[in-house]
Ligand binder design. Structure first.
Ligand SMILES: Cc1cc2nc3c(=O)[nH]c(=O)nc-3n(C[C@H](O)[C@H](O)[C@H](O)COP(=O)(O)O)c2cc1C
Length: 192
């Protein structure tokens, strides 16, 4: 898959095949995050890889899925993530303002994963206190996001927004993700 295909076809995936992702591939995803742009090149981010089968369910209980269609977007048993990446920001390196770095790193991860057939869900709705105590995450790390991963087991398509940006499922359970129209967001040489 070339880069343009990956960017245009990548969609958030919330249902996954129950096939493990190799440790080598998980490390490739972190290696892609490592090379993302970083303000002042401070590189405050670190990553906790969770692929221990015994820990997948405890982590699953700490994240929330697809708010617009809840609970219909929740992965059910047999569809749940097979790995998680917890994106951490070391506040001793950068106390605040690391979110742009996190966005760039997470997009690198999502796109590389997608090009390998792996779906991902960037999750901001996380019970951070519980996750911190589950993994004894030191106080110097802020939990920015969690990325759920697994080989894709659902279809999701982007479409032009027509009155609402709320994603929805059709009768075949395909997810439709409205994107704002180019004419509403792209201004050339003048605004409006
Ligand atoms: C900062 C951020 C936080 C998100 N948090 C969640 C979340 O908590 N749960 C979830 O199911 N999806 C979450 N998403 C995924 C968005 O719902 C998804 O990106 C959006 O609907 C557009 O779909 P697309 O990624 O397929 O283009 C998040 C995305 C971003 C960028």
């Amino acid at each position: 898959m070339d880069m343009q295909d990956a960017i245009l076809s990548r969609r958030t995936i919330r249902k996954y095949q129950q096939k493990p992702i190799s440790r080598d591939v998980l490390e490739q995803l972190i290696a892609a995050a490592r090379l993302a742009p970083s303000a002042s090149n401070l590189q405050p981010l670190a990553y906790l890889v969770i692929d221990d089968p015994a820990m997948l369910e405890p982590v699953f209980r700490l994240v929330r899925w697809a708010g617009y269609i809840a609970p219909h977007g929740n992965p059910r048993d047999g569809e749940k993530p097979v790995a998680y990446l917890v994106v951490l920001a070391d506040t001793s390196i950068r106390a605040s303002g690391f979110e742009h770095d996190a966005g760039a790193a997470i997009e690198n991860i999502s796109l590389l994963a997608w090009s390998l057939g792996i779906g991902s869900c960037w999750i901001g709705s996380v019970n951070r206190d519980e996750l911190r105590s589950l993994y004894k995450i030191p106080d110097c790390y802020t939990i920015d996001s969690v990325i759920a991963l697994g080989y894709s087991a659902e279809a999701s398509v982007a479409e032009e927004e027509a009155g609402s940006i709320r994603y929805y499922k059709d009768e075949k359970q395909t997810l439709h993700v409205p994107k704002r129209k180019m004419s509403d967001i792209c201004f050339i040489n003048r605004i409006g």
